[in-house]
Design a protein around this ligand. Structure first.
Ligand code: FPP
Length: 253
């Protein structure tokens, strides 16, 4: 039976649960290699982990979940692997969209759509249109995404508007700049999780993570689950976020 609670927005304690969690899903290839399997098997297991994580994030009351599924640098991988990853996105959008929609999840994609096959572009449009009024949770899929590229595309649009005289350069501020990014109207991540033990951002949301808390999880992405997400959230809850200021308790000292 459909769990009706899932379609409602969970009440979130903002001190304990981050509003926005962004995940670098790393380690599919190493997970497969450790089992003597082809890399494609690691990516397939990665989709399973993604399904689990979307459900677990909803259960925790997380409002936004962004996942890095294909970077603009991933085009340098072998053609067969690129084709596997494109196939998995197609499959995910075809097979999982109904459940995602039933659970009240709104889907969005960030990244450069121009470089994607037309059928993928229309599947993404369809998923965004179908789910646009959902409010239980937001799933943002970063696909053909690279942060430097995103910032350059924004800068180019701004430069064109300034050259055309429709934008005064004096009016460009951090607040107005964000409206030109793919993540316009998406809050900055509170917590970034990277699996597989690697400790870097790899061109993921460089502008948006200026004040994000970072959590590096040793397990490979296909082994990620609800308990590991809950553990990452617990470490987040123990952090002291100052955003460049001082903690409230230290102000009088
Ligand atoms: C990094 O592991 C993972 C990726 C480049 C792809 C992430 C994709 C998925 C989890 C599945 C696809 C999901 C959708 C929605 C299409 P890696 O291959 O770099 O692993 P390695 O560092 O161990 O080689």
């Amino acid at each position: 039976m459909q769990d009706a609670r899932r379609t409602r927005k969970r009440e979130r304690n903002p001190d304990l649960i981050p509003a926005h969690v962004a995940i670098i899903m790393d380690g599919n290839g190493r997970w497969a290699k450790a089992r003597g399997l082809p890399r494609a098997a690691g990516h397939r297991a990665g989709v399973e982990a993604l399904r689990r994580t979307v459900r677990a994030a909803g259960d925790l009351g997380i409002d936004w979940l962004t996942v890095y599924a294909f970077s603009s640098e991933n085009w340098s991988r072998p053609r067969s692997e690129i084709s596997d990853l494109m196939g998995l996105l197609r499959l995910f959008l075809r097979r999982d969209l109904a459940e995602i929609h039933q659970n009240g999840v709104r889907v969005r994609m960030i990244g450069d759509r121009e470089g994607l096959e037309p059928d993928i572009r229309s599947m993404v449009d369809e998923a965004e249109n179908l789910t646009m009024n959902n409010a239980a949770m937001n799933l943002v899929i970063a696909f053909n995404y690279g942060s430097r590229h995103e910032i350059i595309r924004a800068a180019r649009t701004i430069a064109q508007a300034a050259a055309a005289g429709t934008l005064d350069p004096e009016e460009i501020t951090p607040e107005s700049f964000v409206s030109f990014l793919d993540t316009a109207r998406i809050p900055d991540p509170d917590l970034v999780i990277r699996t597989s033990g690697e400790q870097r951002l790899s061109n993921f949301l460089l502008w948006q993570t200026a004040y994000s808390e970072l959590h590096f999880e040793p397990c490979y992405w296909p082994d990620f689950n609800a308990e590991r997400l809950a553990e990452a959230v617990r470490t987040y809850a123990a952090r002291d976020r100052r955003f460049g200021g001082v903690a409230a308790r230290d102000v009088a000292l």
